[in-house]
Design a protein around this ligand. Structure first.
Ligand code: HEM
Ligand code: NAG
Ligand code: NAG
Ligand code: NAG
Ligand code: NAG
Length: 315
């Protein structure tokens, strides 16, 4: 009997580190969690159409640095510069939406829901409010205590080629199918000139423009982003329907109308190109693959051990 309890104790002390996420994690401790978050995402989107794209990217960024542990949400403190103040933070915004949701959740069920889970759910709701699919999000992540600006260089760059992207994803347990499906996140949002500058000025020593760009599209990107760009925050929508979660991104990609070199590179291997065509042909195929890959990405384990009370500061 005492041996049994010793085992039980040992086992339960190991449980948090296993990071086993479950779909019904908050069923008893915070039953209204999901409707609270859905409401906040909806309200924020009514006010600002750029919110869904920001939340989706924020979750991706969170999961790729230190696992999905809410590290992207922490503010810099003292001498520590946090992820959100690191170099590729140009597109990060809408942190206030997470703050508002957290506040509402803390008053409904204090101290139980992690910020990492709130962000994972908000990213799902961002897709839903944009007309995309709904899916169940596994929950039970814990919040991390570390966020370092210099670690954001571990995010994939928009200049990456296919093998660099594949490596970045496989280091996190994600496949080529995940890479292609998740790149479809670029159906939402906006890119600044600096992120695709490489394709339209000094592409290499012999050509100025990436020859894989459709010429008229390249010309329009160049006119938005001249070589010596003086317009602050200039840039391009990611696809033709930036607030709608659809497969236009894949259709445009096949026409030479993608924004980043990383997008373009998805056409550079037969397997990934076939996936792009499949997703371009059938919205349903894209949605199914995207959902599967989002759940997988959202399971990238972090080393968090706490539930923050304020998503911007550790406990
Ligand atoms: C495959 C590797 C990826 C690269 C290299 C990449 C790169 C980028 C870059 C450079 C930007 C624009 C930043 C700016 O100029 O403002 C961006 C925006 C965005 N990315 Fe990605 N990304 C990748 C994967 C993903 C994934 C997996 C998702 C989510 C599933 C995602 C969702 C977004 C969204 C929604 C935006 C628009 C953000 C906004 O408008 O606020 N990206 N990405
Ligand atoms: C991005 O980082 C700069 C400093 O490096 C900071 O001033 C700015 O507020 C950050 N942007 C966001 C959205 O956090
Ligand atoms: C970030 O900086 C810390 C020191 O502040 C260093 O130990 C760490 O290796 C750096 N990480 C990266 C990815 O450069
Ligand atoms: C991708 O880029 C890396 C780093 O620049 C380079 O070593 C590699 O040869 C490139 N791969 C392809 C297929 O172009
Ligand atoms: C520049 O890019 C073009 C088109 O991809 C290619 O044909 C050419 O070999 C490249 N030149 C150099 C020097 O890399």
């Amino acid at each position: 009997m005492s041996l049994f309890f010793t085992f039980l104790l040992l086992f339960s002390s190991l449980l948090p580190s296993l990071n086993a996420l479950t779909y019904r994690y908050y069923d008893h401790t915070c039953p209204n969690l999901e409707s609270i978050i859905a409401r906040e995402v909806h309200l924020a989107t009514v006010n600002d159409k750029t919110v869904p794209a920001a939340l989706l990217r924020m979750h991706f960024h969170d999961c790729f640095i230190r696992g999905c542990d809410g590290s992207v949400l922490l503010d810099s403190k003292g001498k520590n510069k946090a992820e959100k103040d690191g170099p590729p933070n140009i597109s990060l915004h809408a942190f206030y939406v997470i703050d508002k949701a957290k506040k509402a959740i803390e008053s409904a069920c204090p101290g139980v829901v992690s910020c990492a889970d709130i962000l994972a759910l908000a990213a799902r709701d961002a897709v839903v409010v944009s007309g995309g699919p709904h899916w169940e999000v596994p929950k039970g992540r814990k919040d991390g205590r570390i966020s370092k600006a210099n670690e954001t260089i571990q995010l994939p760059f928009p200049t990456f080629n296919f093998s660099q992207l594949q490596q970045s994803f496989s280091q996190r347990g994600l496949s080529i199918q995940d890479l292609v499906a998740l790149s479809g996140g670029h159906t939402l949002g906006f890119a600044h000139c600096s992120s695709f500058q490489n394709r339209i000025h000094n592409f290499n020593s012999t050509v100025d423009i990436d020859p894989l760009l459709q010429p008229s599209f390249a010309a329009s990107l160049q006119s938005i982003c001249p070589a010596h760009n003086k317009v602050k925050n200039a840039g391009s929508p990611m696809d033709s329907t930036t607030t709608v979660f659809d497969n236009a991104y894949f259709k445009l990609l096949l026409q030479g109308r993608s924004i980043f070199s990383s997008d373009q590179s998805l056409l550079s291997t037969p397997y990934s190109k076939a996936l792009v065509s499949k997703f371009a042909n059938e919205q349903r195929h894209f949605e199914k693959a995207f959902v599967k890959s989002m759940v997988k990405m959202s399971r990238i384990a972090g080393a968090g051990e706490e539930v923050r009370l304020n998503c911007r500061v550790v406990r």
